[in-house]
Write a protein that binds this ligand. Structure first.
Ligand code: NDP
Length: 244
C-alpha cells in the first residue's frame, strides 16, 4: 500500500516541489488549492506523471472548517495520512509603523493558525495509526528576526514552538514532528524583491547562491522517510549557511 502525503500550499513554489519529489518517491499526494487555475492543473499533472494518485481539494488553511473538510476527503480517498507537510504561507512585509492590524492578522492566520488547523484535523488519524511524520515549514527569520517582517517572523517563530511542543506530546505514539527553516529560496514569494536586494542577500550567503525549492524538498523527503526515524522536535535550516 502506498504511503500518503498531504501537503498544503502546493500549487506553486516550495510546496509544489515537495509534492512532486514525494510523488517521485511513490507517495500518493493530497493538496489543497484556493483557486482552480493553471498552477493547480500543472502541479496535478506533474504529480500524476509519476503513476501516483493526486487528490486536490478546494480550501483555505486559515479557515478551520475548510481544513476539516480537506482532511475528511483525504481519509475518504486514501484511508490514512502518513506524512503532513504544513507549507502554505504568505508575507505582508512592512515596518511596524505602517503595518495594519489586518496585515499582522492575515499572516498569523495563514502561517500559524493554518498549521494548527490542518494538524488538529490530521493528528487523530496519526494517533490511531501510531505512526506519522509532520514537517512544518518555518523560516530562518523565525529564529533570527527581520526588520519589516514582525508579522511573518512571529508566525514562523510560533511554528517552531508549535513543532517542539507537539513533538513532545506525540513522541510516545511514534509521531515525529520537525520544522524546516529555509533561508532565501527562489519562488513567487521572493520574486517581488528588487534585484539589488537579492544580490545583497546572495553576497551574505556563505554558499554564494540563492536556494531552490528542490533544496528544501530534499530535506522534507529525508524527514518523511524512515532514514530520519530518530529525529524529532528539530529545526533544520536550509539556508546555504546564511544563519550560522
Ligand atoms: P509561494 O508564494 O511561491 O507559494 C505559496 C503557496 O501557499 C501557494 O501554493 C499558495 O496558494 C499557498 N497558500 C497561501 N495562502 C494559503 C491559504 N490561506 N490557504 C491555502 N493555500 C495557501 O511561497 P513559497 O513557495 O516561497 O513558500 C512556501 C513556504 O515556505 C511558506 O510557508 C514560506 O513562508 C516558506 N518560506 C519561503 C522562503 C522563500 O525564500 N521563498 C523562505 C523561508 C520560508 P495560492 O496559489 O492560492 O496563492
Amino acid at each position: 500500500m502506498s504511503k500518503v502525503a498531504l501537503i498544503t500550499g502546493a500549487t506553486r513554489g516550495i510546496g509544489k516541489q515537495i509534492a512532486i519529489t514525494l510523488a517521485k518517491n511513490g507517495y500518493d499526494i493530497a493538496i489543497n488549492y484556493r483557486t482552480e487555475n493553471d498552477d493547480l492543473k500543472n502541479t496535478k499533472e506533474e504529480i500524476e506523471k509519476n503513476n501516483v494518485k493526486c487528490l486536490a481539494v478546494k480550501g483555505d488553511v486559515a479557515i478551520f472548517e475548510d481544513c476539516e473538510k480537506f482532511v475528511e476527503e483525504v481519509i475518504k480517498e486514501f484511508g490514512k495520512i502518513d506524512v503532513l507537510v504544513n507549507n502554505a504561507g504568505i508575507t505582508r512585509d512592512t515596518l511596524i509603523m505602517r503595518m495594519k492590524k489586518e496585515d499582522f492578522e492575515s499572516v498569523i492566520d495563514t502561517n500559524l493558525v493554518g498549521t494548527f488547523n490542518i494538524t488538529k484535523n490530521v493528528i487523530s488519524h496519526m494517533l490511531k495509526a501510531r505512526f506519522g511524520k509532520i514537517i512544518n515549514i518555518s523560516s530562518v527569520v523565525g529564529v533570527s528576526g527581520n526588520a519589516g517582517q514582525t508579522n511573518y517572523a512571529a508566525s514562523k517563530a510560533g511554528i517552531i514552538g508549535f513543532t517542539k511542543s507537539l513533538a513532545k506530546e506525540v513522541a510516545s505514539r511514534n509521531i515525529l514532528v520537525n520544522a524546516v527553516a529555509p533561508g532565501f529560496i527562489e519562488t513567487g514569494m521572493t520574486d517581488v524583491l528588487k534585484d539589488e536586494i537579492k544580490q545583497d542577500i546572495e553576497k551574505n550567503i556563505p554558499l554564494k547562491r540563492i536556494g531552490t525549492p528542490q533544496d528544501v524538498a530534499n530535506v522534507v523527503k529525508f524527514l518523511a522517510s524512515e532514514d530520519s526515524s530518530y529525529i524529532t522536535g528539530q529545526v533544520i535550516n536550509v539556508d546555504g549557511g546564511m544563519l550560522m
